[in-house]
Design a protein around this ligand. Sequence first.
Ligand SMILES: [Zn+2]
Length: 229
Amino acid sequence: MSGVEKTRHLLLVFPHPDDESFGKAGTVLLFTKAGTPATLICGTLGELGRNMGNPPFANRETLPKIRKKELEDACKALGVGDLRLLGLRDKTVEFEDPEYVADRIEEVIREVNPSIIMTYYPKYGVHPDHDALSHATVLAVKRLPKEERPVVWGSVVVRNAEEVVGKPDFVIDVSSVFEEKMAAMKAHKSQYQGLFARMEEQMASSPEARAEVIASLSTERYWVVPIED
Ligand SMILES: [Zn+2]
């Protein structure tokens, strides 16, 4: 049992195409397969990304278009029927006015009325865009009356996650949707190959390493983000 059940509405708030899939696709799939409607707010098109495919099939000019299409394909694979693009600039989310970004997120929250929001855990998202968008998400949630606030599930990316944030609140077994999870990740063709190559390399190094990679892909962890007034 994964422990994931249908909920009123799932809202995902992430800055880059692929954030919604890498490390989270299994959980999203379990929610949507249980009949949960889902909305993804994607902050940027990841247009400054360094990965152009391998062999390269994108260039600086075509990358945003390609990543947008990959994101749409991933949404299909995930059962996410509603995609909202904020149109922010890649790698500059931290320089936006957080209250302005929170306004945009709040608008969507009020419209879709999510019971759960998935985003990065503020300060532990590793990338400044991740932390800036999760911070704005918390600001948006804070504006709601306490009894109407959705639960915010944060992804912690730092390696020593349990040391800095403690034990995860949710450890989701996603092995039942493993193939679909991989399909969502692979939809991000321009980004996937680098990651896949590293995984393959690790898996080939020893049977233990192989088991470790498969185990890490079969489990997804979340920490409830405290919303303090
Ligand atoms: Zn990202």
